[in-house]
Structure formats: C-alpha cells, structure tokens
Design a protein around this ligand. Structure first.
Ligand SMILES: C[S@@+](CC[C@H](N)C(=O)[O-])C[C@H]1O[C@@H](n2cnc3c(N)ncnc32)[C@H](O)[C@@H]1O
Length: 258
C-alpha cells in the first residue's frame, strides 16, 4: 500500500462519522434495506466498515447475530473499537486487514451469510479478484450488499460539479454500475435488488464552512491547497442557503447463484 493512500485514508478517517453522517431519513432507509438481509443472516461481515456508521446500529438492533468489521485504517478502527466498547456490544469483532490483499486469511474459518460493502468500492484495486475472494467466505445462500455511486449520479452532485478535477477523479476511480454488475454476474452472482438513495443536508454558513474545511470526501485529499480553496469557494456558492444533496448512491444486492 502506498503512502498516498495511507494519507488519504487518514484524511477520510478524521471525524468520519460526523462528516459523512447520513441524516435521519437516509440512515433509516439504509438500515431498513440492510435489515431485510440481516434478518435472515446469522453471520455478517462489514468490509471497509470505517468507524461503524452502519455496523454499530446493526449490531445494536441484532444483539444475537455475529458481526465482523474489517478495515485498513487504524484511525477508523480506533474509533470503531471505542464505539463498540461505549455501546457495550459483545457481538462485534474488529479486524484490521486490506481488502485488496490477504484479508480472507485474517478471518477465522466461519462462513458469512451476508457481506456489506458500503461506499468503499472506489478503493478496490481489482474488482473481479475481490468478488472471487468474497465467494470463498460466503455461505451457500450468502449475499453481498454494495453501495456505490454510479457515473450518472456523479454528474448531478454539487461536490463533483464544484471542480472539474473532482468530477473526473470520481469518474475514473469508481467503477460504473454496469461494470460492478458485470464483475458480480461473471463471478457467479445474480443481482437480486437495486435501490437508489439520495442524502441531503441543511447547513448554516458556519456549519458549511466547518464541514467543507473537514474535507468530507476522500477525493478532496487528492487536491492541492489552491485547488481545494477553489473547490470550497465554488461549493459554498453552489449550495448557500439551500438544502444540499450531499450524496447519491445505488445499493445493489447480489446473491450467489445455485
Ligand atoms: C467511505 S469509507 C466507508 C466506511 C463505511 N463502509 C461506511 O459506509 O460508513 C471507506 C472505507 O474503506 C476503507 N478502506 C479503504 N481502502 C481499504 C482497503 N484496501 N482495505 C480495507 N479497508 C479499506 C477506509 O479506511 C474507509 O473506512
């Protein structure tokens, strides 16, 4: 793993749950979507779990199911472990591993009924290889839920439209939805559900300043200071005084065929 990527993960990790808060309505929608699958699963893996934005509420909702969280960022995992302890959860195991390299070997031999992979796909080096690795740790009727942003969605997002470089980088680093679907169908999965979600946020001038200053999207870590200032100015002009669309995502559920 290169130094640049570690830097980017560290920027992303700083106060992640606060910066990328989903908002009440969006969080409920996501949790309902995930719960539909968690209900029928006993063992759940959250791959690239971050600080536990989803893992913690799910583990609280289902105290008798076993949850494992995997992430590479030590900062994210420190915050996750704090949350696990703070909530008194005994059904969560936390593992530091790189989902691009050797992660399945770090898991004990249990098979998972569900793998959650939420807004992390833009960090994957080799998607077909990840799909193959996931298959080795899934139970026979296992499934995987992925949340990503498809290319069409990026064009309408204010944070992408505030600087050409941001839009271009998001488009180049994130596989488009058809590419994701193909990687899974080629790998022996079928698409069983598709949901679109929009995340909105309302700012005051001071919360907007604080929020943008915290570099809430990992793509912003690739900008020079001058580029970042330009992005920030454009973003503020674009969103001032209005409810803003922060994120759009497509949530895809894949099940193993056969
Ligand atoms: C945008 S965050 C999403 C976190 C969480 N899934 C959520 O929705 O709250 C992306 C996460 O992927 C993790 N990540 C990035 N590259 C990784 C890798 N190679 N192996 C494991 N985790 C990685 C980051 O540390 C970060 O926590």
């Amino acid at each position: 793993m290169s130094l640049v990527r570690e830097d980017i993960l560290a920027v992303l990790a700083k106060d992640f749950s606060h910066k990328r808060a989903l908002g009440r309505r969006a969080l409920c929608k996501v949790l309902i979507e995930l719960s539909l699958k968690v209900e029928t699963s006993e063992t759940i893996l959250d791959l690239g779990c971050g600080s536990g934005r989803l893992l913690i509420p799910l583990a609280k909702l289902y105290p008798h199911k076993k949850f494992v969280g995997v992430d590479l960022s030590e900062e994210m995992l420190i915050s996750l472990r704090d949350n696990v302890v703070g909530e008194g959860l005994t059904n969560v195991e936390v593992i530091k591993a790189d989902f691009d390299n050797g992660w399945t070997e770090k898991l004990s031999s249990i098979k998972f009924d569900l793998v959650i992979f939420f807004q992390s796909i833009h960090f994957v080096g080799d998607l077909p290889r990840l799909v193959n690795r996931v298959k080795t740790i899934l139970s026979d009727k296992g499934s995987m839920i992925i949340a990503s942003t498809n290319h069409e969605q990026f064009y309408g997002l204010p944070y992408c439209r505030s600087l050409e470089k941001v839009l271009k980088r998001e488009l180049s680093r994130t596989p488009d939805e058809p590419v994701i679907v193909r990687a899974f169908t080629d790998g022996g999965f079928s698409l069983i559900n598709r949901v679109i979600l929009t995340v909105k946020k309302q700012f005051t001038p001071s919360t907007l300043e604080m929020w943008t200053q915290s570099r809430p999207f990992s793509v912003l870590a690739y900008l020079t200071n001058v580029e970042f200032k330009k992005w920030q100015k454009n973003f503020h002009e674009r969103v001032s005084g209005r409810e803003v669309v922060i994120d759009r995502m497509v949530i895809l559920t894949f099940g193993l065929v056969g």
